[in-house]
Design a protein around this ligand. Structure first.
Ligand code: URP
Ligand code: ZN
Ligand code: ZN
Length: 532
């Protein structure tokens, strides 16, 4: 009954929102329309900030220093900075001051599996800021195969943004125009990465032939190729197998797409990228099988980046067997959350550098949307939350457990993402000249996650009830306080699109390796032909 009422309320809110009547006012005290004076980034808030006495964390070092910010840029990092009275002071004594998180993998307002993700570019970003993330990179889905049309559609969706965002672009078909539009995306639109789905047969899935063409094109443009690595043909077979066995519930989702199918596709993508000699980024690494393929490739010197997501690091598949459909369905994502053991192995791989950075794959659907698959797990929209929870859960799981240092935390949640997508040190660092995207983190406080208190629009949370050490107390985005005293202070439309240039450090040496390969070819052989 409680869930039914929640469905009713949410359906009402969705209609209300789609009519443009609301922007979910859980974020501030203001009424409809977010008047600036009452709902953040107010015109009176200072563009000069001094963060005093904290321990400044960068990926490369930690130091006790003040951080002075003017007009959205860090202008000084040193002890005992003296300022005038018009500067807003933030006391960070006993706390960490570090770069805001950058989430490399989100899906806001994405049309997918017959519906649209419930978090848009405002609610998703508001949730992010509450959790200490100041930038995310979302995946543009082409419109009827057109990248330009897809980009325009996402630009519109992102108008209500309140923090930094960038775009990856999915490639879902191949022809001359897609190839041409990839160049436009890279040279004119600030996109430097393209994602190829090796699963979702019949919708987003591409063939090996397309993947090869895409890898070649990415290489020529200096863009990073990304893969969703699962064998989509085998997944489709696995799904039929489950339905034939009468397994129609959420557990069928995990059973139909076992780790071996993720391992196979990861290995295939890695080998094709090696054949082309271009860097590869494997998104949402969920299993030991996939992780070990990445480890092997990296050991051999291949440029492969592995991105685990929070759900894979801290959850196991037990929830999918929950007798309550709403509970079980909330855990459905692809590749699936694996059985216990994969989580710990992924943590170890992250701590030893086999995997490099942590995303969320934040892709939220509410219980009403998840219920599309009440009789058939194949119809449950795939995706879980995480954009708000990532920083806290990674801190608690990785730092508090002693698996990584505090500076490593900065690297895997922010700096490495900025480097891979070629926006470092503008982002991912507390350095003079960097953008002032900063968080103040109290390691002696604590966090608690609950579906009723989170800032996402969804009515469930896969981390519901989790508690741990550490708390993001202040989030500063573009030099303005966006989260403080457990309150959001942001307005839609204040966000910023971050263009990302091609040819990141991952492309260093690619041309030399190609030249070496070409000069090593003892071919073509000068032959003679002796007629008999
Ligand atoms: O289940 C997931 N991962 N949903 C989002 C789409 C994707 O595959 O990244
Ligand atoms: Zn994916
Ligand atoms: Zn995703």
């Amino acid at each position: 009954m409680a869930h039914f009422l929640t469905y009713l309320l949410l359906s009402f809110l969705i209609i209300y929102d789609s009519l443009g009547l609301s922007q979910s006012n859980q974020f501030c005290d203001a009424g409809v329309g977010y008047p600036e004076s009452t709902c953040g980034f107010s015109s009176s808030s200072s563009s000069k900030l001094l963060i005093k006495g904290g321990t400044v964390l960068n990926a490369h070092q930690q130091e006790v220093a003040d951080v002075y910010v003017e007009d959205g840029i860090i202008v000084a990092v040193k002890p005992n900075i003296k300022v005038d009275e018009d500067v807003t002071l933030l006391d960070a004594t006993g706390k960490y001051v570090m770069p805001g998180g950058i989430d490399p993998h989100t899906h806001l307002a994405m049309e997918f599996m017959g519906t649209e993700t419930i978090d848009d570019f405002f609610s998703g970003q508001a949730a992010a800021l509450a959790g200490g993330t100041t930038m995310h990179i979302d995946f543009v889905i082409p419109v009827n195969g057109s990248l330009v049309a897809g980009f325009e559609a996402y630009k519109k969706k992102a108008k209500k943004s309140c923090m930094n965002y960038g775009f990856h672009m999915a490639i879902t078909k191949w022809d001359e125009s897609v190839s041409r539009e990839m160049e436009i995306m890279v040279k004119e639109k600030g996109i430097n990465s393209f994602k190829f789905f090796m699963a979702y047969k019949g919708s987003l899935m591409i063939s090996d032939e397309l993947l090869l063409q895409g890898l070649e094109r990415c290489k020529s443009l200096g863009a990073l190729a990304m893969v969703h690595a699962e064998n989509g043909d085998a997944v489709s077979e696995g799904q039929k197998r489950m339905i034939d066995l009468g397994i129609t519930g959420p557990e069928g989702h995990a059973l139909s797409r076992p780790p071996v199918l993720e391992g196979e596709a990861t290995a295939r993508a890695i080998r094709l990228a090696k054949f082309v000699n271009t860097p590869l980024y494997v998104v949402h690494v969920m299993s030991i099988d996939a992780m070990e393929e990445i480890a092997r490739a990296r050991k051999s010197g291949q440029k492969v980046i592995g991105e685990p997501v929070v759900s894979g690091l801290v959850l196991n598949d037990s929830g999918l067997w929950d007798p309550d459909f709403v509970t079980a369905a909330k855990y459905v994502m692809s590749p699936p959350i694996r059985e216990s053991g994969h989580d710990k192995a992924l943590q170890a791989a992250l701590s030893t550098g086999v995997l490099q950075l942590v995303g969320t794959d934040h892709c939220t659907f509410n219980s009403t949307q998840k219920a599309f698959g009440i009789d058939d797990f194949r119809k449950i929209p795939n995706g879980v939350n995480g954009i708000e929870e990532r920083m806290h859960l990674v801190w608690d799981t990785m730092v508090e457990s002693g698996q990584i240092s505090v500076t490593d935390f900065v690297r895997i949640t922010s700096t490495e993402c900025a480097r891979i997508f070629n926006i470092y040190p503008r982002k991912g660092a507390i350095l003079v000249g960097s953008d002032a995207d900063i968080i103040i983190f109290n390691p002696n406080s604590s966090f608690e996650i609950s579906a009723s208190m989170h800032h996402s629009r969804t009515d469930t949370n896969v981390y519901d009830g989790r508690k741990g050490k550490g708390k993001v107390e202040v989030t500063i985005v573009g030099g303005r306080v966006g989260w403080q005293d457990d309150e959001l202070k942001v307005v839609p439309g204040s966000g910023k699109y971050i263009e990302m240039p091609p040819f990141s450090y991952l492309f260093n040496g690619i041309d030399k390796a190609d030249a070496k390969y070409l000069s090593s070819l003892q071919a073509p052989v000068k032959r003679y032909f002796t007629a008999s």
